[in-house]
Design a protein around this ligand. Sequence first.
Ligand code: TRP
Length: 451
Amino acid sequence: MTTRTRILTGITTTGTPHLGNYAGAIRPAILASRDSNADSFYFLADYHALIKCDDPQRIQRSRLEIAATWLAGGLDVDRVTFYRQSDIPEIPELTWLLTCVAAKGLLNRAHAYKASVDKNVEVGEDPDAGITMGLYSYPVLMAADILMFNAHKVPVGRDQIQHVEMARDIGQRFNHLFGQGKEFFTMPEALIEESVATLPGLDGRKMSKSYDNTIPLFSSAKDMKDAISRIVTDSRAPGEAKDPDNSHLFTLFQAFATAQQSAEFRSELLQGLGWGEAKNRLFQLLDSELGEARERYHHFIERPSDLEDILQLGAKKARAVATPFLNELREAVGLRSFVAQTQVAAATKKKAAKAARFVSFREDDGSFRFRLLSADGEELLLSSRFSDGKSAGRVTKVLQLGEVYEVHSEALSFRVWMLGEYIGESPVFADSAARDAAIEALHIALKPAQE
Ligand code: TRP
């Protein structure tokens, strides 16, 4: 069993990453992935991008740029699982399974959808004008992204917290409906990095594409320099003392500088460094911090087939997790092969429920045990040894009353646990289909009578 924390996050592929994205999300995610305790899953949320963007060129370009940015930034794809959402067909499949249990009322409350409705209403339009099912179902797709890989922690911006909560909600509902005592999905938690910088943009507001105030990240040194020259400052002349604490230029500098560099820059500003020179310092700093990564970035952009190979490998790693898990989930909802079913079909639900029975006996060493037999007499479970008959009897009673229990398959047999206590194990079956059929028969036998 691994105790590593699974960290998962998606990046919607609709734009080109800028300096603010880098400092606020990319750099911290890459650093976090180097922790030996972290098992990171980072992916390009390109299905999500289709919800916001119907320009194929832009989608394609953005996927390429974002992939190149993360790799240039130092993401180690041997350590992390880095993939495109659209390379994992299990994700849209899971999305459908989840769509079928997600409450419509839950999705009605999603902020993004509600904001669109409110906007329509405000201008006297039909409430749903221009709203696609993609936008409406966005949180379900995101829940599938997260639940597919049983993520523990999901680093996101504040605007996404609600979506992570919805993933919990939907996952819980699925567990409850189909888990039969087993928790298929881990409950994810949103991770909001308080310490991470939200960079100010050229005009001092939060750096954001929608404010058109960004500093480009890797396009070229010249672009970066041009943007820096447009940073808004106050009108104090060279020689006049500047106020670093009210200068977003200084904030930008700090986000990339060591404590010592920041201290020096601060005292220079206090001593009257001119803004032109200050901008120069900022450019020098950013260029020395990001210049090499910029070269790696262009190297990748010029070799898209290398990127393709890396992402295909990532998809393979991700699918090694997703494919068997989705098979289990398909089983759980009743999408099963007809071949593996023969045994279950033989013991029909009612018959099994009626006639499954516990048989208690005493071992030579004086301990007490029981067997659970299916309707047709097949042994499903042999209990562990109990020191007295009372304890054995208590366990059979509690099992029959529908207490939650857990089944763990082990090769061609399975073991059963209840309330943290080991209960017993099955015989060894001829093949895994027979084992799974017996697990199914066990669930049926232990299902409390409902009617
Ligand atoms: N919706 C997220 C955003 O816009 C991107 C995203 C898609 C995501 N799937 C995810 C983030 C799964 C975390 C986990 O930022």
